[in-house]
Design a protein around this ligand. Structure first.
Ligand SMILES: NC(=O)c1ccc[n+]([C@@H]2O[C@H](COP(=O)([O-])OP(=O)(O)OC[C@H]3O[C@@H](n4cnc5c(N)ncnc54)[C@H](O)[C@@H]3O)[C@@H](O)[C@H]2O)c1
Length: 254
């Protein structure tokens, strides 16, 4: 486990009442940062997790809001930055598969206009909305952005083709914003493979998971803490890295 002294740093992590986002918020807070934990206002986990983390002595606040809603996303970022007195790190982690079971690429009927709009708005425009609102704060602090993409962005399939395309867009956005916000702000992404320990809405059968694990050189799914550590590194370390999407998949994509 790598460590850093993040006292005085302020972070906002979206989609952080659960899974990779929660593990990231917890890690940044344990290293001394003040962390705003975003999730949907209707999330029952959000107040519970904020309370649980506070009881361990770390400095976290709730930042409820929907990144899939333009006004709400901007309001949420502004409120969080004002409450913390600035922003050093933005982790764009909120995402949705929009389906409980994988949709095969051949099923065009289920990948309709409404499905496209939902996934685009949460997975792709959502991060851009948060960046737009956070950019002045991040430029001032010479901060960093990390986006949670997915190995599904690179052609090996995922919960649906639309999901894969939104994550491919996020990989491209990472490069565009790295140019657009340089030299003050570094912008990177991680591409998780199999995730163990999150509450991801889309479920694969045990057989499907087993056959994927059999193809992972490191022979296990990634824990949420594995992903959090990679995000932490790209936020708090990595001073000469920008525009990169780091594959964090135990070697699955090779
Ligand atoms: N689980 C996987 O298989 C997998 C694989 C690769 C990438 N990812 C990506 O990792 C990220 C985290 O997923 P996870 O596996 O930790 O799942 P998770 O479901 O445990 O966490 C996602 C969180 O995002 C929140 N969220 C959803 N829509 C939101 C919105 N509009 N505004 C704010 N919050 C919202 C959810 O309420 C949830 O708490 C996502 O971006 C996902 O696309 C997941």
């Amino acid at each position: 486990m790598i460590t850093a002294d993040l006292k005085g740093k302020k972070a906002l992590v979206t989609g952080a009442a659960s899974g990779i986002g929660l593990a990231t918020a917890e890690l940044l807070a344990r290293m001394g940062a003040k962390v705003a934990i975003n999730d949907l206002a209707r999330s029952e986990r959000l107040p519970k997790e904020v309370e649980r983390l506070r009881s361990t002595g770390v400095d976290v606040i709730a930042a409820p809001g929907d990144v899939g809603d333009a006004k709400d996303a901007a309001r949420m970022v502004e409120t969080a930055a004002a409450a913390m007195g600035g922003l050093d790190y933005l982790v764009n982690n909120a995402g949705t598969p929009g389906t409980d079971r994988p949709i095969p690429p051949s099923d065009l009927e289920r990948q309709d206009e409404a499905f496209w709009q939902k996934l685009l708005s949460v997975n792709l425009i959502g991060p851009f909305r948060c960046v737009r609102a956070a950019a002045p704060h991040l430029k001032k602090s010479r901060g960093a952005i990390v986006n949670t993409a997915s190995i599904s962005a690179f052609g090996r399939g995922g919960s649906s083709s639309v999901y894969c395309m939104t994550k491919a867009g996020l990989v491209s956005m990472t490069k565009e914003l790295a140019r657009g916000l340089a030299p003050e702000v570094r912008v990177n992404a991680i591409a998780p493979g199999l995730v163990q320990g999150s509450n991801w809405q889309c479920r694969w059968t045990e057989d499907e998971v087993d056959s994927d694990v059999a193809n992972i050189p490191l022979q296990r799914p990634g824990k949420i803490e594995d992903y959090a550590e990679a995000i932490f590194y790209l936020c708090a370390g990595a001073p000469y890295i920008t525009g990169v999407t780091l594959m964090v998949d135990g070697g699955l994509s090779i």
